[in-house]
Design a protein around this ligand. Structure first.
Ligand SMILES: Nc1ncnc2c1ncn2[C@@H]1O[C@H](COP(=O)(O)OP(=O)(O)OP(=O)(O)O)[C@@H](O)[C@H]1O
Ligand SMILES: [Mg+2]
Length: 112
């Protein structure tokens, strides 16, 4: 099992939710987060003053899947979350040791 953690633009969340659900991945955890990438935020100009906003609003989407689904989910995320501009986001894939579906007591891949 894997946990896919995608940090995306907030305005892309609806597209990502729809695309994941259509591809067969309806389950997810969504969290509002702040972050920065290689550009260390963005510079903005206000009343002639330039200042740096160093943490930008992003949305974190977490999806628990089986190993064989990783390529498909990454493909869906790349397609649905992309604008082609800097700040489109990043995806991390981490191993999951155990999972438990609380209602049924199912464990492992059955729990997903
Ligand atoms: N190496 C990283 N570790 C942890 N979080 C990261 C990392 N890189 C990016 N993020 C998260 O992803 C968000 C979006 O990153 P972003 O798309 O700006 O990455 P980037 O590497 O700067 O790529 P780009 O050049 O396309 O902007 C960041 O605001 C941050 O929350
Ligand atoms: Mg960036």
């Amino acid at each position: 099992m894997k946990l896919v953690t995608a940090v995306i633009r907030p305005e892309k969340l609806e597209d990502v939710k729809t695309a994941l659900a259509e591809a067969g991945y309806p389950s997810m955890t969504v969290t509002d987060v702040k972050g920065r990438g290689k550009q260390k935020g963005v510079e903005q100009t206000w009343r002639g003053e330039t200042y740096r906003v160093d943490l930008l609003n992003k949305v974190k989407v977490e999806i628990g899947i089986i190993d064989d689904e990783v390529d498909e989910v990454l493909g869906v995320l790349e397609e649905a979350a992309s604008t082609g501009s800097i700040g489109d986001g990043k995806v991390f894939v981490t191993p999951v040791e155990r999972a438990l579906r609380i209602r049924t007591g199912e464990t492992g891949e059955e729990a997903l």
